[in-house]
Unconditional design. Sequence first.
Length: 128
Amino acid sequence: MRIDKYLWCVRYLKTRNMATQACKKGSVRVNGDIVKPSRDVYPGDVITLRKEQINYQLEVLDLPASRVGAKLVDLYRKDTTPKEAFETNEMLQYAKTYYRKKGVGRPTKKDRRDLDDFTESPEDGNET
């Protein structure tokens, strides 16, 4: 079975076209090698898929005949993604929303002064 069709069948990507584009961009690796969308996968292959800043690692257990339901996905793949990958993504989300919410607008005068104080470093350490 083609790698793009497999990723679509086991519901890692929403459409077959998205799976093909991911392969073309180099986001999909099979046994450590970047692959084209037409590469065949076999049981025992290890797939690494970069999606939303997380490197998912899958092991192919079996090949489905067609797209399967969410409850049956575990029959065809084994997810070996480390938990640290999800924790790193969660920390990135916190870092993005820590200072300013999206769409709040321009920084205020107080925000600008705080940023200037944070970024400027003392040259001599001697103040007069």
